[in-house]
Design a protein around this ligand. Structure first.
Ligand SMILES: [Zn+2]
Length: 427
């Protein structure tokens, strides 16, 4: 399919085009962006999208989630992380069937498309069902089979399951990529972690892991490993490409050490606030040149997948806790939600900005009737502070139009109904 997006206000997020450009056209052939300019015309295009009065920007990248946890939305109020997992989540997860995982994943992918996220990084289990849902909705997904184990034999079994998943699926579908998802240092012992890292090296894949989400976790790691979390990283994970989710409880010395790793942070402020974990010191991480991207975490703790909301929290929290209004200008926040996310997932050559040769993962925002976008002064700030996922009217992933003028390709009601039934059954 050849698509021509006409007359856009373009925010490309590319190094070459940092300014907002008006009256821009974007030409797409198959899954690729092939032209960006004014007055592009091509009589062979099969579809024209009129972007008059609309903002065209790269689809957002969510670097930490648990895709099927959509069904646990609003089950968390009043629980701290460990309590919530032990008393609520893990007992419910034990009851989940493959079909449940499939429907819960459909709900998440639908939510992505409807709120402008085009790529998501997932950590869960029964991953074949998550892949089935991703192929149905056609989103871009990076996933794994989460590794946790109480002993070496149990961990080996999980690694074999992940190996099987990789053998069957890696490289087969270009929207789908993989990493090595390890739940956390506090849920596996050192020997198990060593097995995971050895496997990641063998497969040459990055590791995605929860890291220093709250004080309790840091204490548990100290007890289990007889040293600090950052030292465990130094001892066991050096040279490995890492995606660290959360990083709430880090000191400035820890951050200085982190700089030496091939590391990206997935900052999940809403989940961190809701679980009473705290606020990650990301302004310091950015100052040290560490790549910081944005995540929502599962909807159980993160409420929803609306990365526009996450962008606003990210900016406000750092300005507030550091008592420094100059921190994190709106454009930096937009980078965190797009190109920094792509870098975290090793996909920066393919997505994260609108550039010729990149994949057509593009969203259109309509702010023309939004009272909170009037008057329009600074568009970057308007998007960060006053846009919402529901302002996204059209979503393209891999050159396919998955939502146009708020209408998706999918039967939404049966997905909603099924998910309501699941949570009723397992609660
Ligand atoms: Zn998480």
């Amino acid at each position: 399919m050849k698509i021509l997006i006409k007359n856009a206000t373009l925010i490309s997020m590319s190094e070459k085009r940092k300014k907002i450009e008006e009256n821009m056209d974007i030409k797409i052939e198959g899954n690729q962006i092939v032209g960006i300019g004014q007055n592009l015309n091509d009589s062979t295009v099969t579809k024209i999208i009129d972007a008059t009065n609309k903002v065209v920007m790269p689809g957002l990248v969510n670097t930490h989630s648990h895709v099927p946890m959509s069904i646990f939305r609003e089950t968390v109020d009043g629980y701290a992380l460990q309590d919530w997992l032990n008393k609520k989540i893990w007992p419910m997860e034990d009851k989940l069937t493959k079909e449940d995982i499939y429907y819960a994943s459909l709900l998440t992918f639908l939510e992505m498309v409807k709120t402008g996220t085009t790529t998501i990084n997932d950590m869960y289990f029964m991953t074949e069902e998550i892949l089935r849902a991703a192929n149905n909705i056609k989103v871009r997904l990076q996933t794994s089979r989460t590794l946790t184990g109480q002993n070496s034999a149990e961990m080996q079994q999980r690694i074999e399951e992940l190996n099987c998943l990789l053998e069957n699926n890696m490289g087969k579908q270009q929207r789908i990529t993989f990493n090595i998802g390890i739940h956390g240092l506090y849920t596996s012992n050192r020997e198990c972690i060593q097995q995971c890292v050895a496997f990641a090296k063998e497969k040459n894949l990055p590791i995605h892991i929860h890291f220093c989400e709250n004080k309790q976790e840091v204490e548990d790691i100290k007890t289990l490993y007889h040293t600090s979390p950052i030292e465990v990283l130094e001892q066991e994970f050096s040279f490995q490409k890492l995606i660290l989710a959360h990083c709430v409880c880090l000191t400035n010395e820890d951050i200085a050490k982190l700089k030496n790793f091939k590391v990206s942070i997935s900052h999940c402020p809403i989940s961190n606030l809701k679980l009473g974990c705290g606020i990650a010191p990301i302004a310091e991480m950015l100052a040290q040149g560490i790549n910081v991207s944005l995540g929502t975490d599962g909807q159980g703790s993160g409420c929803n997948l609306d990365l526009f909301e996450t962008m606003k929290y990210t900016a406000l929290l750092q300005k507030g806790i550091q008592q420094n209004a100059k921190l994190l200008p709106a454009y930096e926040i937009l980078k965190m939600a797009t190109i920094n996310g792509a870098k975290a997932l090793s996909l920066e050559k393919e997505i994260g900005s609108i550039e010729e040769g990149k994949k057509a993962d593009i969203i259109l925002l309509d702010l023309s009737n939004s009272v909170v976008a009037k008057p329009l002064n600074d568009l970057f700030s308007t998007i960060v502070y006053n846009a919402k996922g529901t302002n996204v009217v059209t979503t393209l992933i891999d050159g396919e139009i998955l939502m146009e003028n708020r209408k998706t390709l999918y039967e939404e009601a049966p997905i909603f109904e099924q998910c309501q039934k699941i949570i009723k059954r397992i609660q």
